[in-house]
Design a binder for this molecule. Structure first.
Ligand SMILES: [Zn+2]
Length: 241
């Protein structure tokens, strides 16, 4: 496959603040280093990802953390503020929110969760990205911004811990791994929460998964993806960096 000629507009759509950082941030950083435009969008506010504090306060902290992580690579950041545990692909208001976010970012390529991940918000975010990226092209689906000219290509990113995911495409992130870890480190509230709630060492997990996907693809560190191969989503050029 040949590489596309002009800079791409790329959009990551994750469920919670830190999901893109955990899963595809190396690829987003690589896109940026190659001169492409990147928007990071989290659908939920992260408001239930803490053991204490008000939900509004937790959401405020997490939005700021995600904004800092996006800024580290020069990406735009959008948070749609849906409550944790309530991401719902059948909800018309959420479809409209995600459609407007996509029309704002105007992506050629969207990266989102795989179906079958460990947390239902992730699966619903995946379905919302699929549905809304089609709706975004319909002139009579009204939102504040004009419709897209074409249905964006869509890639599904690794699941949490890589479980149940069969990748077919890989991105070498050897040069971006430190940046990816730094983006996650900026979610300082989550380093504590994930350790307490899930006994999860996220920075260790990032390195372990990157090494495992690297082993599978012949490089030191990699991220794994599978393309959406539905009608209007396929391309003749390689879109991943
Ligand atoms: Zn999540």
């Amino acid at each position: 496959m040949t590489a596309p000629a002009s800079p791409l507009r790329v959009m990551g759509i994750g469920a919670h603040p830190d999901d893109l950082e955990l899963t595809c941030a190396g690829t987003l950083a690589k896109y940026r280093s190659l001169g492409n435009h990147v928007t990071m969008c989290h659908i939920a506010g992260g408001d239930r990802g803490a053991t204490s504090g008000t939900r509004a306060e937790v959401a405020r902290i997490r939005r700021a953390e995600a904004g800092s992580a996006a800024a580290l690579i020069g990406a735009d950041y959008i948070n749609l503020g849906v409550s944790d545990g309530e991401v719902d692909a059948s909800n018309e208001h959420q479809k409209l929110l995600v459609t407007e976010a996509i029309r704002t970012a105007r992506p050629d390529v969207i990266i989102t969760h795989s179906a079958g991940d460990y947390m239902e918000d992730h699966n619903q975010a995946s379905a919302l990205a699929f549905t809304a990226s089609f709706l975004a092209t319909l002139p009579l689906y009204e939102s504040d911004s004009p419709p897209l000219d074409a249905v964006p290509a869509l890639f599904y990113m690794d699941t949490m811990a890589g479980l149940g995911f069969q990748p077919t495409e890989f991105v070498d992130i050897t040069e971006q791994l430190d940046t990816k870890r730094e983006m996650m480190r900026l979610h300082s509230s989550q380093l504590v929460w994930l350790e307490q709630h899930d006994e999860m060492d996220v920075l260790g997990q990032i390195s372990t998964i990157a090494a495992y996907r690297g082993l599978q693809s012949g490089v030191r560190f990699a991220e794994a993806f599978a393309p959406c191969s539905a009608h209007l989503r396929t391309r003749t050029t390689r879109l991943l960096p």
